[in-house]
Design a protein around this ligand. Structure first.
Ligand SMILES: Cc1cc2nc3c(=O)[nH]c(=O)nc-3n(C[C@H](O)[C@H](O)[C@H](O)COP(=O)(O)OP(=O)(O)OC[C@H]3O[C@@H](n4cnc5c(N)ncnc54)[C@H](O)[C@@H]3O)c2cc1C
Length: 386
């Protein structure tokens, strides 16, 4: 019997496995034959996320700022002296993190799919499509469509957005800047991105569920930017869970990463909050073994721990996202016109990709923005956050 079985050998499953393997017998079950494929990520992360990963992935590019284009064509540019994010190759990151987990002592079962589990006494009996295994603890790190999370009633994420992107053979004019586009015609309910790296640009977008499949929006964006079919090297797509799950712990069970909905709602970035929360998970599991108590009640402290650390960003971010999705194109244009003044634009430079809600709230508190966007803030119910 294993101490812990981690379902999902993605970056978060590997991070959890690395941390737990120091003191425990850990098995990772991954449905694919290798980690990191298919890729479902733009690969844009902060230096902190790189450090938390515990490995050193190749940095494809360093990004210093963004050109944000609004529905009426107005573009607001912000650029810092220091880089704000790095672009990494997600398949490489996942592979390196899985190798680190193995080096730290975790065992892996690839090409094996978790089907279900049942807790009898102090043992978790896990059924996979390749046989049964048992453990004292189960960790669901099985991504946005988590089967482990679904074993708890009413536990779906508040919302999903759908993403799609293409790597295009095209060199950007300014290699240090990301182009962001907002508006209902480009990316309803989210935003589109163009991230340069060398001779290539990663062009993608997410849309809210109600907008239907995002492929039509990507095709339109590629056409608008003059990309020809022969320039497209690869395409990938995926879903991002937003707004939290009802519960991230259960009897002998904890959830991590996308399975726990640990994703920043404003940007869709999941790696930094999930890596941070992995430490809360490891601390909780260690205590559960020390106290020989893996009951739901005992494990509930995990949720308190990760909320204390990243919960504020996830909760505030989701409320601000609701304000964003409630805005019409005309309101987005009005907001852009208001922001596009030097004193306010400068505030954008103080942003940090791991805490986007801090920046948004600082901006909403600016007297000019408060005055001009008051009706919108009232309607969206964010005045109380200011
Ligand atoms: C288009 C797009 C762009 C994104 N861009 C960024 C970005 O730039 N920066 C960022 O930080 N985040 C980004 N994200 C989010 C990020 O990709 C996720 O938050 C991250 O992958 C979560 O890691 P994870 O390990 O929790 O889940 P995953 O990476 O999904 O890994 C889960 C693993 O579990 C496996 N699995 C699932 N079910 C089972 C089962 N039943 N049995 C066995 N194995 C199973 C899966 O095969 C997978 O390998 C993006 C997401 C999308 C869709």
């Amino acid at each position: 019997m294993h101490d812990a079985v981690v379902i999902g050998g993605g970056p978060v499953g590997s991070k959890v496995a690395s941390l737990l393997a120091a003191d425990h017998d850990v098995l990772v079950i991954e449905e694919h034959p290798v980690p990191g494929r298919p890729v479902q990520c733009a690969g844009l992360i902060s230096e902190e996320a790189v450090r938390l990963s515990g490995v050193r992935p190749t940095v494809l590019n360093r990004l210093y700022g963004a050109n944000i284009t609004f529905p009426d064509g107005r573009t607001i540019s912000v650029r810092s002296r220091e880089h704000k994010a790095v672009l990494i190759d997600r398949a490489e990151l996942d592979g390196m993190m899985a190798q680190k987990a193995a080096d730290d002592g975790a065992k892996h079962l690839y090409s094996t799919r978790y089907v279900s589990h049942a807790v009898h006494g102090d043992t978790v009996h896990i059924t996979t499509d390749a046989g049964n295994v048992s453990s004292s603890m189960l960790v669901g790190a099985d991504g946005h469509n988590s089967k482990v999370a679904a074993t708890m009633p009413d536990n779906a994420p508040a919302e999903y957005v759908r993403g799609i992107q293409a790597d295009v053979r095209r060199r950007a004019d300014d290699d240090g800047m990301i182009n962001i586009h907002v508006g209902s015609e480009t990316a309803p309910g989210f935003f589109a991105w163009e991230i340069p790296f060398g001779d290539m640009t990663r062009i993608g977008l997410c849309t809210s569920w109600a907008a239907g499949p995002p492929s039509a929006y990507l095709n339109a964006l590629l056409k608008r930017t003059g990309v020809k079919d022969e320039e497209i090297v690869s395409k990938s797509c995926g879903r991002i869970p937003l707004g939290g799950r009802r519960r991230t712990y259960g009897d002998h069970m904890l959830l991590a990463g996308d399975a726990a909905c640990h994703v920043k709602p404003i940007s869709g970035g999941g790696l930094q909050p999930a890596f941070r929360s992995a430490y809360a998970l490891a601390e909780t599991v260690t205590e559960a073994f020390d106290e020989n108590n893996r009951s739901e009640k005992f494990l509930s402290v995990y949720e308190k721990r990760w909320k204390r650390d990243v919960g504020r960003e996830l909760k505030r971010g989701y409320r601000l996202r609701k304000m964003f999705v409630s805005m019409s194109d005309a309101e987005l244009n009005k907001a852009a016109k208001t922001i596009d003044k030097e004193s306010i634009r400068e505030m954008l430079n103080g942003g940090d990709i791991d805490h986007p809600s801090d920046l948004m709230l600082r901006m909403l508190r600016h007297p000019i923005i408060m005055m001009r966007l008051a009706p919108l803030m009232l309607r969206a119910g964010v005045r109380g956050m200011l």
